[in-house]
Design a protein around this ligand. Structure first.
Ligand code: 5GP
Ligand code: MG
Ligand code: MG
Length: 186
């Protein structure tokens, strides 16, 4: 049987594994400084943030706790609507806690702006956002992001947790899918 290499489905690699790793190191040093003397609860947004969470958490040289949420934004296909449903809630009582939301990507910003309000309303002491990627040209609502890895062009990207039809999350870098994969023009 021929082994298909998923990297061959990339039209272009935008960010390499090494660049992701280096950037997370920088963000981790900032977070260590900013949260000096305070506890941190990292809240990962399933499923895309799994890789960012694993690498960010291990880049931090201090104690942290982790919890997870899964949310789905109603909307047609790839367009998010801003109406968010909680599929899996936190197991942690966050009142008085310093919450740092860990995300893969901010596109329209609708999901995160809803999520931040939701966590603030539960009485968290602080709620900040760390995202690996952001598409500034796609933003529909202003989201105050304290830690951002890379601003990227307004293209559909995959890898490092991000999927196309639930696949490609295990690519080590971030890239753009080749058109032949979804039946587009080369
Ligand atoms: P937002 O509410 O910011 O528009 O949506 C954010 C969510 O949409 C992300 O957490 C991610 O699941 C999905 N998303 C947005 N842009 C992309 C993209 O370029 N590639 C992939 N795979 N998912 C994306
Ligand atoms: Mg996400
Ligand atoms: Mg997805």
């Amino acid at each position: 049987m021929e082994l298909a290499d998923i990297r061959e489905d990339l039209a272009e690699e935008l960010i390499s594994e090494q660049q992701l790793h280096d950037k997370l190191g920088e963000l981790a040093r900032q977070i260590e400084t900013d949260y000096d003397g305070r506890d941190i609860l990292l809240v990962g947004v399933l499923r895309g943030a799994v890789m960012v969470m694993a690498d960010l958490a291990r880049s931090l040289r201090r104690h942290i706790e982790m919890d997870w949420m899964a949310v789905s934004s109603y909307g047609s296909g790839t367009v998010s609507s801003g109406v968010v449903r909680i599929l899996k809630d936190l197991d942690t009582d966050i009142s008085g806690r310093h919450v740092l939301i860990v995300e893969d990507i901010i596109d329209s910003g609708l999901t995160l702006s809803w999520l931040r309000q939701n966590l603030i309303s539960r009485g968290a002491a602080t709620v900040e956002i760390c995202t690996m990627l952001r598409k500034p040209d796609a933003l529909k609502v202003e989201v105050d992001v304290k830690y951002c890895g890379f601003d990227i062009p307004n293209k559909f990207v995959i890898g490092y947790g991000l999927d196309y039809a639930e696949k490609y999350r295990n690519l080590r870098g971030v890239g753009v899918l080749a058109p032949h994969v979804y039946g587009g023009e080369e």
